[in-house]
Design a protein around this ligand. Structure first.
Ligand SMILES: [Zn+2]
Length: 172
């Protein structure tokens, strides 16, 4: 089932999310809903707070359609355990900040640990777009958005545009 995506500014997007204690069927279903919502958007990543659920859960798939089969990843309690000194600059966007893009600098490679949908611990090193995406999604779990990396003026400009968008959407 598709879920509505919250648009910035929203207090739920600024919250620190709680770790997932036990993997229930409800949580697995929630992860499936998040994947469906992400693919439909379309996007390459989605964090639970973006649909108003304040738990540490993200989904991502950075395989471009023309590049091969999908690789949906579901991560409960994801954690960056190591990151490279080498950095990378990507033009990032966010499903909670539609149609706004800006360059963000992050470590080029990260080692991430998480619990998968079967309850198994996983660890993998991500590079390039995958590394950027997984860091962006984990940031969401700590109430951090990609615009928080921008200069205040640029951030305010984007926030005002989003406020206007939300007013327009509320009217229709
Ligand atoms: Zn985002």
């Amino acid at each position: 089932m598709k879920r509505p995506i919250l648009i910035h500014p929203d207090p739920r997007l600024k919250k620190h999310c709680d770790p997932v204690a036990d993997l229930s069927d409800d949580l697995r279903k929630l992860a499936d809903d998040m994947l469906e919502t992400m693919y439909d958007a379309p996007g390459i990543g989605l964090a639970a707070p973006q649909i108003g659920i304040l738990q540490r859960l993200i989904v991502l798939d950075c395989v471009k359609e023309e590049d091969g089969p999908a690789r949906p990843l579901v991560m409960f309690n994801p954690k960056v355990v190591a990151s490279s000194d080498e950095i990378n600059v990507y033009e990032e966007g966010c499903l909670s900040i539609p149609d706004q893009y800006a360059e963000v600098t992050r470590p080029k490679m990260v080692q991430v640990q998480w619990i998968d949908q079967s309850g198994n611990e996983q660890s993998e090193e991500f590079d390039g777009l995958w590394a950027t995406c997984v860091q962006h999604e984990i940031d969401h779990l700590d109430g951090k958005l990609f615009i928080d990396y921008l200069k205040p003026l640029k951030r305010q400009m984007i926030t005002r545009k989003m406020q206007k968008l939300k007013r327009e959407r509320a009217r229709t």
